[in-house]
Design a protein around this ligand. Sequence first.
Ligand code: CS2
Ligand code: MN
Length: 358
Amino acid sequence: MEMTLRWYGTDYDTVKLWQIRQIPGVKGVITTLYNKQAGELWEQDEIKALKREVEAEGMHIAGIESVNVSDAIKAATADRDLHIDNYIKTLENLGKEDIHMVCYNFMPVFDWTRSELARKREDGSTVLAYTQEAIDAINPEKMFESISGEMNGTVMPGWEPERMAHVKELFEIYKDVDEDKLFENIVYFLKAIMPVCNKYDIKMAIHPDDPAWSVFGLPRIINNEKNILKLMKAVDDVHNGVTFCSGSYGTSLENDLPHMIRALEGRIHFAHVRNLKFISPTNFEEAAHLSEDGTFDMYEIVKALYETGFDGPIRPDHGRMIWGEVAMPGYGLYDRALGATYINGLWEAIKKSHERGI
Ligand code: CS2
Ligand code: MN
């Protein structure tokens, strides 16, 4: 595995590359072209410039998170083939720039959803949190105003004001898209991009839906072992792979995370490792990465990754806001650096135990 950190680019991130570089063992970043809309083409020059920027700080791009898939592709509207064509050309340009891992998701309209962006914990830290009651109380057409918590000038991905203005139309295009149709659409998309992925050895890594169930009545299909294995089988190519996000699959207590990792052996190309603390099955908050601070056994998660030969980029995921840091919720420097160090420690211990036959 390669330890990495997500970086939101010079224009958006409060965290700088030089700071990331000082985290022990982190030489790679996961980033994207943040000014691109889903469906748009990425020119090779733009990718090259991003690469140069990262490399000038002594680091490299370990993968892209994300090349977003447009709602036209997800819902199969008229622009679908045009957007797929742009996606293929984008992958080709990434391949030419020697980038071989692309994370994406197939969640309709929104990316991950939380009901609070800054729930205060006992120790004064703040975290992203979710309660089903709060989400149920939100009127989808007014949800932008309804979201609570300290925003620090940022919003959840997919909730940008310019998108929220069109949220009604976005919901409209999913009117006839149920889970089966969404599945058909993702298979169509993956089959179309597999040739370019094979040509440039680009590993596609689908991020799970978060939370792992339908919100606002929109279909969700990347949420449990059965469904993700179904997708792996439907397009049975190693380039059709997975981002194993413990915090997203883990939103459902029915998901046995180490078991899922083992079932997905060979198809996990990227890992997001974080912990959640459950108050009830539909009320959870994002904890520190340490096992005892949350509900998951992080040792078993990292061990399953190690034992299945995972060798892609891994990153801590959302961190708590600690030590007075002001940053994008979930994406401050301090707690993610602690998370990276903790995961590195687990990995080293597990690896040495194996090597020494302990
Ligand atoms: C990320 C996702 O912040 C997060 O939880 O893991 O937003 C992820 O980047 C996207 O779903 C991938 O397209
Ligand atoms: Mn994630």
